[in-house]
Design a protein around this ligand. Structure first.
Ligand SMILES: Nc1ncnc2c1ncn2[C@@H]1O[C@H](COP(=O)(O)OP(=O)(O)OP(=O)(O)O)[C@@H](O)[C@H]1O
Ligand SMILES: O=P(O)(O)OC[C@H]1O[C@H](OP(=O)(O)OP(=O)(O)O)[C@H](O)[C@@H]1O
Length: 231
């Protein structure tokens, strides 16, 4: 597909700063590479060198640089306006619930779900809504707290950044809230999915203020991604 560089995608008037697209390191980055290519966006420098210490990279568009950050931090960079556009999972958006972020495009990658899980040999965990409180290990304290609060249950959160599946067997918590795709990580650790909180895919996100101040420039990138998705 031919992607001529049309004028809205060029840098603005002299002195205008570059747009920044925040990309998540890891699995999502791998999955969105074909979409970036279809949108005519090619990160340059040593972007593809995983050992590079650079964090910001030029692209084939003089008006757009990319930064490579942790998946959770994509939303924070975009919410604070450090990056105007980003790509991150709906799980991250749900966790932070930043009002500054607009998420217009579902990219259809990174498909999984946020779920409650517990030990397979703890059948009463199914009756959690009858409890007044429960301990939950998770890297999603906001999602977990809101989910249980909506059922009138107070969640006491043990905040972990990974390996949540170990928490019940090691006595940290009764339940976990984590991402599930195939379910093999739960199974391998003696856990079972109890409840799906939300389905997850990755989204293209935009800072709302930036969209108001640079509507043509950001609108042109949204149109490119939309077109790439429908190709
Ligand atoms: N098993 C999975 N299947 C599909 N998508 C997933 C899966 N695990 C995570 N994701 C999606 O990918 C995003 C990034 O997950 P990834 O595991 O790459 O990073 P992370 O572990 O959150 O990052 P960090 O290295 O900063 O801890 C998640 O926010 C979610 O949207
Ligand atoms: O249902 P499954 O297909 O087993 O996938 C779920 C696992 O994937 C994610 O972990 P990831 O592989 O990203 O590891 P990390 O969070 O520890 O980096 C998630 O935190 C689960 O542990």
């Amino acid at each position: 597909m031919d992607h001529p560089i049309t004028s809205p995608l060029l840098p603005g008037a002299a002195g205008a700063s570059n747009l920044i697209l925040a990309l998540p390191k890891g699995r999502i980055l791998k999955e969105v590479q074909p979409l970036l290519a279809a949108a005519g966006l090619v990160p340059g420098g040593d972007f593809h060198d995983e050992d590079s210490r650079h964090l910001r990279f030029p692209t084939n568009h003089a008006g757009l640089d990319v930064v490579r950050v942790r998946p959770f931090d994509v939303a924070t960079f975009v919410a604070h306006g450090g990056a105007q556009i980003g790509i991150c999972g709906a799980d991250v958006l749900m966790e932070f619930d930043y009002p500054e972020i607009y998420a217009p495009l579902d990219l259809g990658v990174g498909r999984c779900r946020v779920s409650v899980a517990g030990p397979i040999d703890d059948p009463i965990a199914e009756e959690v809504s009858r409890w007044s409180r429960v301990t939950v290990a998770t890297k999603y304290p906001g999602i977990a707290r809101r989910h249980f609060a909506a059922r009138g249950v107070q969640a006491e959160i043990v905040h972990l950044n990974g390996a949540m599946e170990l928490a019940p067997s090691l006595g940290l918590s009764r339940l976990i809230v984590d991402l599930v795709q195939t379910g093999s990580t739960l199974k391998a650790n003696g856990l079972v999915e109890r409840e799906v909180i939300a389905q997850v895919t990755s989204r293209l996100i935009v800072n709302r203020t930036a969209l108001k101040t640079e509507p043509e420039l950001i609108g042109a990138w949204l149109a490119r991604f939309r077109e790439a998705l429908s190709a």
